[in-house]
Write a protein that binds this ligand. Structure first.
Ligand code: SF4
Ligand code: SF4
Length: 607
């Protein structure tokens, strides 16, 4: 049966058709739609399966892995940066192995479209010594999930699927199974302390040796199943291009469209490679160019003397592929001499309006950042933040630094030690605080580090598509205020109102408390996400605002410090509000403009 599917939808369907009934993960672009779609399919088909967002990637991996130890088919989803968090569990599980299937889906983001690093999950698979398949299309993403379950069960090894953003977010026609009968294996955990609970140096060193044997067996399986049939189809050309995943599609198109004397060997499983066979194959070509993104994972495993790639400087090292980049590599390898047919015209920065990343109109984070920077002036403060929508506070000069999930709390500790003369203020969202901020807070409390921590709680993982959070799903039992209090300190609470004066008053209260404290000052600010209709419809006043141009003195406060997108200077050089963009929060009416130029539009007309 044919269906048009987005890559992440194809993966979700593949999981169901591979009888995977436990899926756990943490949202992160470009992986988030996998679990979301699995949840939708599970509900639509009325399947008995588990599919939940975990508090972080490591937790998600461990939940899934315990099921794979018990013989079930399970899966953990995340993005490449999240794999760093799950890496501790991954490395140990690679040694121990599994009885059922353990699928790790780590979506990569070559080109840093929504990530702080480009890193390559295939390299992580190599580090952990587990097999990885690299799909080039939604169809392959679907097929490789099912193959991965087979491989994981056959070799009793965790298996990695590594789609990149151009696969997960692309749409394609997929041939999928029709009328699949969902029949996941039953759990049957068999106690075996040596295997499941072995400690160094005895059982674990045995497992280390077994892992090396397993890698050799998978290497051979890779040769027999994937590589040999493709080698048999090669016609012989001057140049061989070895590639994997979506990079191979750019290479193939560039060769065909320009009628070049080259052919492509696409490696579906970039680790572990049968390097003896591949090095031997390279000898029959004048030159071999390795195209892969983003890191040289294949290139690191081969050592034929005629190899060209990232190490030789023939292939670019950072950012995703394009046909233009492929042709540039071919020019360096003297395979192509004409001008680059894919050369894009130079980007003209003046042709489009400058639009820096910014928070949505009506977002409570904007008010909190504005009140924070007004109360704790930049010169006397250090603002540390974290990963989430609120990272967009950069635009309001409310962030001096951020590192990775949860680090804002421990970094606030570090800055408070380095700069006791300054007020250090950390901002973090609710999902990120539960992900890994709470550990930093426990450390700060026990070591008495003095800073202010603002937990901006909109009860949703907003930036990745509004996935549910633990406290949203189970508010009776999980509450950030009580978690903080459980760490032994007061948690100050502010229920956000779209009224700048009230938000400013709360910041001033914190400033007073901070003066006499020798501990972290923690506050939870109960907010909402404007895109979360369930809550924002009740909490937004839906009042449109306009500007009284007689009162606007062009002081620039609203444009350069508050930065709500509907605000701009009109032809008369006074501020105007675009009614199409205004969310109707009315937060700007009081406490923002020094001349009170913001007024309700049309006598409080409802939006
Ligand atoms: S803050 Fe008030 S006076 Fe200043 S530019 Fe904005 S609308 Fe005009
Ligand atoms: S009411 Fe003011 S603060 Fe709220 S969205 Fe409209 S312009 Fe922005």
């Amino acid at each position: 049966m044919k269906q048009i599917l987005m890559g992440n939808e194809a993966i979700a369907l593949g999981l169901i058709h591979a009888d995977v009934d436990v899926v756990s993960g943490y949202p992160g672009t470009p992986s988030s739609e996998i679990l979301t779609n699995y949840q939708k399919l599970k509900d639509k088909l009325n399947l008995t399966a588990y599919a939940e967002w975990a508090t972080n990637e490591k937790v998600g991996y461990e939940v899934a892995y315990a099921n794979a130890m018990s013989g079930k088919n399970s899966c953990a989803t995340m993005k490449q940066v999240g794999l760093n968090v799950a890496s501790d569990a991954l490395m140990s599980s690679a040694y121990i192995g599994n009885i059922g299937a353990m699928l790790l889906i780590s979506a990569d983001d070559p080109g840093f479209y929504s990530s702080q690093t480009e890193q390559d999950s295939r390299t992580f698979a190599k580090f952990a010594r587990i097999p990885v398949l690299d799909p080039a299309s939604p169809q392959e993403a679907y097929d490789f999930v099912k193959l991965g379950v087979e491989i994981s069960r056959k070799f009793e090894s965790p298996f990695m699927l590594r789609p990149v953003m151009r696969v997960g977010h692309a749409r394609g026609i997929c041939e999928v199974e029709e009328n699949h009968e969902f029949n996941p294996p039953k759990a049957n955990f068999i106690k075996n302390t040596n295997r499941w609970a072995g400690v160094p140096p005895g059982p674990r060193s045995v497992q280390g040796g077994e892992l090396l044997n397993k890698v050799e067996q998978i290497r051979d399986y890779n040769l027999q199943t994937f590589i040999s049939p493709k080698i048999a189809e090669l016609k012989g050309a001057k140049t061989l291009c070895i590639s994997s995943g979506v990079a191979s599609t750019y290479v193939r198109e560039a060769i065909e469209e320009n009628k070049l004397d080259a052919e492509v060997l696409k490696l579906d499983m970039p680790y572990p490679l049968p390097y003896h066979k591949l090095n031997e194959l390279c000898k029959s070509y004048e030159q071999v160019i390795i195209f892969e993104e983003p890191y040289p994972c294949i290139e690191e495993q081969l050592n034929a003397p005629n190899l060209l790639g990232k190490f030789s400087g023939h292939v670019h090292q950072i950012h995703e592929f394009s046909k233009e980049k492929v042709i540039e590599s071919f020019k360096k390898a003297r395979l192509f001499n004409d001008s680059n047919p894919y050369q894009a015209s130079k980007f003209n920065a003046h042709s489009i309006a400058s639009r820096p990343p910014t928070l949505c109109p009506g977002c409570p984070h904007r008010d909190v950042f504005y009140a924070m920077t007004r109360t704790f002036r930049s010169k006397n403060s250090i603002y540390v933040s974290d990963i989430g929508c609120y990272t967009l506070g950069l635009n309001q000069n409310a962030i001096d630094s951020f590192l990775c999930m949860g680090a804002s709390v421990s970094m606030a500790s570090g800055f408070s030690l380095a700069h006791p003369e300054k007020t250090v203020i950390s901002t973090i969202g609710d999902s990120t605080f539960l992900h890994s901020g709470v550990t930093g807070l426990i450390n700060a409390i026990y070591q008495k580090h003095k800073f202010i921590l603002l937990i901006m709680d909109n009860s949703i993982a907003a930036m990745t598509g509004r996935q549910t959070t633990p406290e949203r799903s189970n508010p009776e039992n999980i509450d950030i205020k009580r978690i903080v209090e459980g760490c032994g300190i007061t948690c100050h609470e502010y229920v956000y109102k779209p009224d700048m004066n009230k938000t400013l008053d709360f910041m001033k209260e914190l400033k007073e408390i901070y003066k006499t404290s020798d501990m972290p000052i923690v506050a939870v600010i109960r907010e909402f996400c404007v895109l979360d209709k369930e809550r924002s419809n009740k909490l937004l006043p839906h009042k449109l605002v306009s500007v009284d141009s007689d009162k606007c003195v062009e002081c620039d406060t609203c444009i350069s410090k508050y930065k709500c997108p509907p605000m701009s200077y009109g032809e008369n050089h006074k501020v105007e509000i675009d009614p199409f963009l205004c969310a109707g929060c009315a937060a700007c009416i009081d406490g923002l403009c020094p001349t009170d130029a913001f007024v309700l539009a049309d006598l409080g007309e409802e939006k």
